[in-house]
Design a protein around this ligand. Structure first.
Ligand code: UDP
Ligand code: MG
Length: 313
């Protein structure tokens, strides 16, 4: 069969790795017997990323570039790649070469051998990432799974191969803040794992430090799942249960005289801060969902494209 393949590469300030990334991708794609293209998404980089990409695209028409008007984030960049991909298959890969491009032919073989629609790559090891980042990433996926309705494969990033069915269905999803790995799992069809060792970043530095990762986890969770809302209700019921016990205790105390009105300050204080805390957390969770609704209702475009290079349509 005559397949075509797109490689989607989000780039944000990646001038140190781009050439190496291009060369390794090109070498790998040359070994395939079908047509291929690389779609680079320049996500508002402030360094020489734009210059390097444009010069690559000038000499090589199979290089396509989507330039955003500013930095919109990794997930938006990948979304733009999927929106603009016309091939039968697409690989989503980071620019930093942590996910080795050389795996692509084996991923395609796995897809065909299993008659699958998605090959998602599962990290069995991460080189060059600190203990904290690894621990944090592990926690991140387990935390997300606990709170989410559908089970997401753990230890996977966005590095995966998807076929046309997935691309088509993904492009029909209209939510504005897409948590890509979750949504691809949600789309369904046949998805198979592919185990690999994650390399160290080739050069440059991570754009996902701890604080950003926690924010990403929290916002993905609150956008992707409604389980936290139900958790808020559960928390409410638990605190009602405690408050009834405390109410009975103090009422009986008053009637049978084992409490005195001049004592009990500590229990009163503890009860106020405890229930105050529960209420604030709950309001916060509800507020986050209202914020998400607000974002959706504004119906702003997900990203703004400044220019596209080497696209024919
Ligand atoms: N990236 C992006 N926009 C951003 C942040 C990151 O397009 O706002 C790209 C980045 O260039 C890289 C990929 O997303 O190709 C993953 O980022 P990074 O390697 O920093 O994340 P990590 O692998 O450390 O989690
Ligand atoms: Mg990386």
């Amino acid at each position: 069969m005559n397949y075509s393949i797109s490689v989607i590469v989000p780039c944000y300030n990646e001038d140190k790795v781009l050439l190496e990334c291009y060369n390794r991708l090109k070498t790998t794609l040359a070994t395939l017997e079908y047509p291929s293209e690389i779609i680079f998404i320049n996500d508002g980089s402030q360094d020489d990323t734009s210059k390097i990409l444009t010069s690559l695209a000038k000499d090589d028409k199979s290089i396509k570039i989507i330039t955003f008007s500013r930095n919109f984030g990794h997930q938006k960049a990948v979304t733009a790649g999927l929106n603009n991909c016309r091939s039968d298959m697409a690989v989503i890969i980071d620019a930093d070469l942590q996910d080795p491009p050389e795996l692509i032919p084996t991923m395609i073989k796995t897809l065909h051998d299993n008659d699958a629609n998605v090959v998602y790559c599962v990290r069995i090891n991460r080189k060059g990432e600190g203990f904290f980042k690894k621990f944090n990433a592990k926690l991140f996926y387990r935390f997300l799974n606990f709170f989410s309705e559908i089970k997401l494969p753990v230890d996977t990033g966005d590095f995966r191969l998807v076929d046309r069915n997935i691309i088509r269905e993904f492009n029909r999803l209209s939510e504005k803040r897409k948590y890509i790995r979750g949504l691809i799992t949600w789309v369904g069809f046949k998805q198979v794992p592919f185990y690999y060792e994650r390399e160290a970043r080739f050069a440059g530095e991570t754009k996902y430090p701890l604080s950003k990762m926690i924010r990403f986890a929290a916002s993905s969770l609150l956008y992707f799942s409604t389980k936290p809302l139900r958790l808020a209700t559960t928390l409410g019921f638990i605190s009602v249960f405690f408050s009834i016990i405390m109410a009975l205790w103090s009422l009986f105390g008053k009637i049978f005289g084992y409490t005195h009105s001049d004592s009990g300050w500590t229990s009163l204080f503890v009860a106020i801060i405890f229930f105050g805390g529960v209420q604030l957390v709950t309001i916060g969770i509800v507020g986050a969902y209202i914020g998400n609704l607000f974002d959706e209702i504004k119906n702003r475009p997900e990203y703004i494209v400044e220019k596209k290079e080497n696209f024919v349509d």
